[in-house]
Design a protein around this ligand. Structure first.
Ligand SMILES: [Zn+2]
Length: 86
């Protein structure tokens, strides 16, 4: 029972940290639940996806990685970006 409580709070802390970093709350809750302490540490050291340069597809508005050359949603060829935003 104590382990379950510990796992729950580890999951919760990992979820909160993951959420703060712009990732999925539920995903990190699962990670923290399955891997207590380790999951929380993983969330702490997880590199935020918000730091990745991104841009929008001019065709469908899908957000893709800056260096993707094809939109994953509509298949439009994306031109090489002239300027890196932000
Ligand atoms: Zn698109």
């Amino acid at each position: 029972m104590e382990y379950a409580v510990l796992a729950f709070f580890c999951g919760l802390s990992a979820a909160v940290i993951g959420k703060l970093k712009g990732s999925s709350f539920v995903l990190w809750f699962m990670v923290g639940l399955v891997l207590p302490v380790l999951g929380t540490l993983a969330a702490v050291f997880y590199r935020s996806e918000r730091n990745e340069p991104r841009r929008q597809c001019p065709e469908c508005g899908n957000v893709v990685a800056l260096y993707d050359q094809v939109c994953m949603r509509c298949g439009r060829d994306l031109e090489w970006p002239e300027a890196v935003p932000g």
